[in-house]
Design a protein around this ligand. Structure first.
Ligand SMILES: *Cc1c(COP(=O)(O)O)cnc(C)c1O
Length: 376
C-alpha cells in the first residue's frame, strides 16, 4: 500500500518477536482492516451511530449487554473508574477529576498494581480517584479485599488479568463477588486477552476492558464490554475527562472490521497453525549450537505458546544477553522478550510473524552463535 515508510522517514526495520508491545507498534492489521480504516478516514459519520454499531458488534461478540470503543485501554480504565464514581450524571461528569461528594476510592490488589509502560494506578488517579492497594506483592487474600472494600467512599474494585500481575493469583470471580457484596462494581483489565472475552465476563465483572490493537489487530483502540448502564456511563465521560480519550472514527471502523474478521476465524485451525509454527521453529533452533529451545504456554492463558531459548554460555561471549543485543543491533532489528536474559533465557512470540521473518530470525541466531563462539 505504502511500502517505503521505513526508507522515506529513515526508520529502523523491525521483526517483532516481543509480543503485542506498545513501543514497537503492537500488532499488524490485516489488509481488510487497513482498507476499512482508510475508507473511514476519507468520510464523515455520525459518531454516535458508529459507536452504536460497535455496541451491537461487541455485545454479539462478547455476550455482554453492551460495548463501547475508547482510545485505548489506559483510557478505558480511567473512563470505567470515572463511570463508577459519577455514573452518567452530567454535573458529576463535568466536575471530574474533582471528585468532591463522590465515592472516590478504588480497591486494587497489590499484585495487580502493574506497570505496563506506566503505572496502572495513574489510570485510577487520572479519573480523580485514589487507589486503595490491598494485600502485598506476594498475595492478596479475599479477606484483605473484603476489608479494603468495607472502607468508606469505595467506588469500585479494579482487577487485572495479565501476565504482568505478581504474587499468588487472585480468584477473579470470588473478588468480583466480594465487590458485589459491598454494593460496588468490579472492573477487569483484560488488555491483551481479547480471545478470553467470554471467560473474563463469566467472572461476573461489570465491565471488562481490552486493547483492540493487541491480538485483535485493529487500529489503536480500547474496548469496553459489560452492563449497559455502566458502558453508557463510560461514554458519558466524553463530555468530561474523556474528551482526551475518545475513539477516532477510523479506529471504530477498524474495530468493526477486525471483529468481523475474528468472527470468521476458524479458531481450532488457527491454533493448529500456531502450534506448527512453534514446533518448526523449535526444531530448527534446537539444531543451533549453544541453544536449547522449548515451548512454553502463554502465561496469561491465551491459546498459543511462546518459544523459550535457553542459551548455554560458552565462556567466549555467547550468552543470552549477547544474543538479545546482537539480534536487536541488526537490520532488520529483531526484538525479543528479554526479561529473563540475566537468567540465560529469552522468549519469542511468533504469532504475527511470516515464514520469511521466522527464517530470518533463525539465520541470525545461527550467525551470532558462530560469531560469538557458541560451543557445539
Ligand atoms: C497493554 C496493557 C494495557 C494498556 O493498553 P493500551 O490499550 O495500550 O492502553 C493495560 N493493561 C495491561 C495489563 C496491558 O497489558
Amino acid at each position: 500500500m505504502y511500502p517505503s515508510l521505513h526508507e522515506r522517514y529513515g526508520l529502523s526495520r523491525v521483526i517483532n518477536a516481543a509480543g503485542t508491545y506498545t513501543p514497537l507498534g503492537v500488532s499488524r492489521s490485516s489488509d481488510a482492516v487497513a482498507q476499512a480504516t482508510v475508507a473511514a478516514l476519507g468520510d464523515f459519520f455520525v459518531i454516535d451511530e458508529l459507536q452504536e454499531a460497535a455496541d451491537r458488534a461487541l455485545a454479539r461478540h462478547s455476550g455482554a449487554e453492551a460495548g463501547a470503543v475508547t482510545h485505548c485501554v489506559a483510557a478505558a480504565i480511567t473512563q470505567a473508574v470515572a463511570a463508577a464514581m459519577a455514573g452518567s450524571d452530567p454535573e458529576r461528569v463535568a466536575a471530574l477529576p474533582d471528585a468532591t461528594g463522590m465515592p472516590d476510592r478504588v480497591v486494587i490488589p497489590a499484585g495487580h498494581a502493574v506497570d505496563y509502560g506506566h503505572p496502572i494506578l495513574t489510570d485510577i488517579r487520572l479519573a480523580g480517584a485514589t487507589p486503595v492497594v490491598a494485600g502485598t506483592e506476594r498475595g492478596c487474600s479475599l479477606a484483605e479485599i473484603d476489608s479494603a472494600l468495607a472502607q468508606r467512599g469505595i467506588a469500585c474494585l479494579l482487577l487485572v488479568s495479565s501476565r504482568l500481575t505478581r504474587g499468588q493469583a487472585v480468584d477473579l470471580a470470588e473478588a468480583v463477588a466480594a465487590a458485589h457484596r459491598h454494593g460496588v462494581p468490579a472492573i477487569v483489565d483484560g488488555a491483551a486477552q481479547d480471545l478470553r472475552m467470554r471467560e473474563l465476563l463469566a467472572t461476573g465483572a461489570d465491565l471488562v476492558v481490552f486493547s483492540a490493537h493487541k491480538y485483535l489487530a485493529s487500529p489503536t483502540a480500547g474496548l469496553i464490554v459489560g452492563s449497559r448502564a455502566l458502558v453508557q456511563a463510560c461514554r458519558a465521560q466524553e463530555r468530561g475527562i474523556a474528551r482526551a480519550m475518545k475513539a477516532t472514527k477510523e479506529a471504530i471502523v477498524g474495530v468493526l472490521a477486525a471483529l468481523e474478521e475474528r468472527e470468521r476465524l476458524d479458531l481450532p485451525q488457527w491454533r493448529a497453525s500456531q502450534r506448527v509454527k512453534v514446533a518448526n521453529f523449535i526444531g530448527q533452533a534446537s539444531a543451533i549450537p549453544g541453544v536449547r529451545a522449548t515451548e512454553v504456554p502463554d502465561p496469561a492463558g491465551m491459546p498459543f505458546s511462546r518459544v523459550c531459548l535457553e542459551i548455554v554460555p560458552s565462556g567466549r561471549g555467547w550468552n543470552a544477553e549477547a544474543l538479545v543485543a546482537g539480534l536487536a543491533a541488526g537490520d532488520p532489528s529483531i526484538r525479543t522478550m528479554d526479561r529473563a536474559a540475566g537468567q540465560g533465557r529469552l522468549h519469542l512470540e511468533l504469532v504475527p510473524l511470516s515464514e520469511d521473518e521466522l527464517q530470518a530470525i533463525l539465520d541470525r541466531i545461527a550467525t551470532l552463535a558462530r560469531e560469538l563462539g557458541a560451543a557445539g
